[in-house]
Write a protein that binds this ligand. Structure first.
Ligand code: C2E
Ligand code: MG
Ligand code: MG
Ligand code: MG
Length: 286
């Protein structure tokens, strides 16, 4: 009986495996089609600079979404890892860079004001030989100042084959763009290693903020990372700010920039434009 059951179980397992392989295969094809059919779109989430007279939008982060033909919207957390796996991250990433730069360039011209743009770069894309050339080309094409562009790179991209990663980072710095280390603290990087990297911003992963202000330990961890980052000359960004209590805590710490649902969710560029116009009015009114 056991053998029989084992056999069935194996069959079941094999079936599941095939299904899984098929669904990955389908995802591959769907992603290829999605590029051709222009099914991707971008949302933008504001990143605020904490200033004595209140938070101000400094930069917007481009976040990709995939709208399937039937209208279903797929999160990047689902398809970006697959795109990496099946070798489609470079064309998708190039679409993001071009589209985000075009959009922000237009917005800056409309508002007669420079708006920073943050772009996520995944590990394989980071290693792509053509990346810095492509970025340089696009920045020229849209007449963007490289100093207003931030590339967000995760720890895993930087701390694998570290020497090669350092060369790539230096090449990017030559373009004049900023580099942010995204999701800091959940991978296997250390504060010590940061000392040797040509990075500008440290984005502390939102996992550290979830239990703030209740967790005294988490508060102290954020405080320690912030202090150390400042010693290293880095600007600290905290992501995932959802409550006023978290906001107050981060402000009291002297953290530099924050991002989260409390101040602004990812949204379309029109909504970003409204936000920027509103904050402009606040600044100019007596
Ligand atoms: P990320 O770069 O760390 O982006 C932050 C994610 O946290 C976004 O999810 C954002 O919507 C979400 N978030 C922001 N504020 C809050 C908050 O207060 N609370 C909570 N619960 N969540 C918040 P999203 O848009 O689903 O993106 C997920 C991840 O997918 C990104 O994480 C990034 O790693 C990746 N990704 C997104 N767009 C791109 C892209 O264009 N290229 C690449 N390579 N990766 C991308
Ligand atoms: Mg990011
Ligand atoms: Mg992040
Ligand atoms: Mg994150």
């Amino acid at each position: 009986v056991a053998k029989q059951r084992g056999g069935n179980q194996y069959q079941f397992y094999a079936k599941e495996q095939t299904k899984l392989a098929q669904s990955i295969y389908h995802l591959d094809i769907q992603l290829r089609k999605a590029i051709q059919r222009h099914e991707f779109f971008l949302e933008f989430q504001p990143i605020f600079e904490l200033q004595p007279n209140g938070p101000r939008i400094k930069t917007i982060e481009a976040l990709i979404r995939w709208k399937k033909p039937k209208g279903e919207i797929i999160s990047p957390a689902t398809f970006i890892p697959y795109a990496e796996e099946v070798g489609l991250i470079v064309p998708i990433g190039e679409w993001v860079i071009e589209h985000a730069c075009r959009t922000v360039s237009q917005l800056s011209k409309q508002l007669k004001k420079e708006i920073g743009l943050s772009i996520n770069i995944s590990p394989k894309q980071f290693r792509d030989q053509g990346l810095s050339n492509y970025i340089s080309l696009i920045l020229h094409a849209f007449d963007l100042d490289p100093a207003t562009i931030t590339l967000e790179i995760t720890e895993s991209a930087v701390f694998e084959q570290e020497e090669q990663a350092l060369e790539i980072l230096q090449q990017m710095k030559k373009l004049g763009v900023r580099i942010a280390l995204d999701d800091f603290g959940v991978g296997n990087s250390s504060l010590f290693k940061l000392k040797h990297l040509p990075i500008d911003d440290l984005k502390i992963d939102r996992a550290f903020l979830t239990d703030v202000p209740e967790s005294e330990a988490d508060k102290q961890i954020i405080q320690t990372i912030t202090k150390t980052a400042h010693i290293l000359g880095l600007s600290v960004v905290v992501e995932g700010v959802e409550t006023q209590a978290q906001f107050d805590f981060l402000q009291s710490l002297g953290c530099d920039q924050i991002q989260g649902f409390l101040l602004g969710r990812p949204c379309g560029i029109e909504q970003i434009k409204q936000l920027l116009e509103e904050s402009e009015r606040h600044e100019t009114s007596p």
